[in-house]
Design a protein around this ligand. Structure first.
Ligand code: ADP
Ligand code: MG
Length: 303
């Protein structure tokens, strides 16, 4: 992992502005690997706010009811204890939270009744609001494209009923997973119409940012043409850029003469792609570098 966050200053500014204007919500979309989690982590680290994070799990259409909220509550119990949580809910009655975490007792029934759900929703909202009254709170729900129905319902309830306390809800999701009938689509469309909600997309990294990332990961200036190749292959996706750079670094380490051909080819992935995205068919490459490549490839494969 690159220890430095590359680029993303506009996105960080947007998030900081949303926190300053809280209560509100940010719906942050973007393809897998574009850096949503990394962005949120960097934002949370520097934000003058308590950050609570829960992720949705890829468990099929039914999922695990309220899974990210269970994670959030577990983290909060770790931070302020059961008593601390009880102090934030009306009359200290944490019974409704049993649906989320066994530390709060046994749920009244196996499946939540409408009344029980309504109580749970109210308690979670009050809990978060009262916590935010003590200081700004960022609630991050990651990977909402995997959210089960209960989680989607609770999210909609929270965002629609935000009070006055500085509570910012940040929801991340993979835009490339939202097919035409995906249930999250409807939720997002409804929420983005609300005044205090901002929907935004994280984009691909610009070439200068890819160059900075590759340099950071290689620990040195990349050989000529490498950044362009990695940018073309990764389409500015930091995750793919990182993978290409790591492969390149491995090959560079195994190539005694550290020749550019080896780096280029290594950064281009599979053997077939190696030829096409390298732009130079193996047969047309200078004999010495082809020999070098074969030697280095052999030495890496043998490891
Ligand atoms: N702006 C960035 N600078 C440096 N590394 C990044 C950046 N964005 C993402 N990464 C790295 O790329 C990888 C994928 O990012 P991640 O945040 O998990 O993507 P997503 O959550 O959108 O699927 C991680 O290793 C992350 O550290
Ligand atoms: Mg992520």
């Amino acid at each position: 992992m690159s220890p430095v966050l590359i680029g993303r200053s506009a996105e960080l500014r947007q998030l900081r502005a949303a926190l300053a204007a809280a209560p509100g919500a940010v719906l942050l979309g973007g393809d897998a690997g574009l850096g949503k989690t990394r962005l949120i982590r960097e934002f949370g680290r520097d934000a003058d706010a308590r950050t609570l994070v829960g992720g949705c799990l890829e468990l099929g259409s039914d999922g695990l009811p309220f899974a990210p909220f269970t994670t959030v509550l577990r983290g909060l119990v770790r931070d302020i204890g059961i008593e601390g949580v009880a102090g934030l809910v009306p009359r200290g009655d944490t019974g409704a939270l049993a649906r989320l975490l066994p530390e709060f007792g046994e749920p009244e029934s196996d499946a939540a009744s409408g009344e029980e759900r309504a109580r749970l929703f109210e308690v979670v909202l009050t809990l978060l609001e009262r916590l935010a009254e003590r200081g700004p709170v960022v609630l991050v729900i990651e990977d909402a494209h995997w959210a089960d129905r209960s989680t989607r319902d609770l999210l909609a309830f929270l965002i629609r009923n935000l009070g006055a306390a500085p509570l910012l809800v940040v929801l991340t999701y993979r835009s490339d997973e939202l097919h035409r009938t995906h249930p999250l689509r409807q939720l997002l469309a409804g929420l983005e119409r609300l005044e205090r909600v901002r929907r935004t997309e994280i984009g691909q990294l610009a070439r200068a940012d890819v160059a900075a990332l590759v340099t950071e990961l290689l620990g040195q200036t990349p050989p000529p043409g490498l950044v362009e190749r990695i940018e073309a292959r990764s389409e500015g996706n930091p995750c793919s850029s990182r993978r290409c750079s790591t492969t390149t670094a491995r090959w560079r380490a195994s190539c005694p003469s550290r020749c550019a051909t080896c780096c280029w080819r290594a950064s281009s992935g599979s053997p077939r792609r190696r030829r096409t995205s390298c732009g130079t068919p193996a047969a047309a490459a200078p004999a010495s570098s082809t020999r070098c490549w074969r030697r280095c490839r052999g030495s890496t494969t043998r490891r």
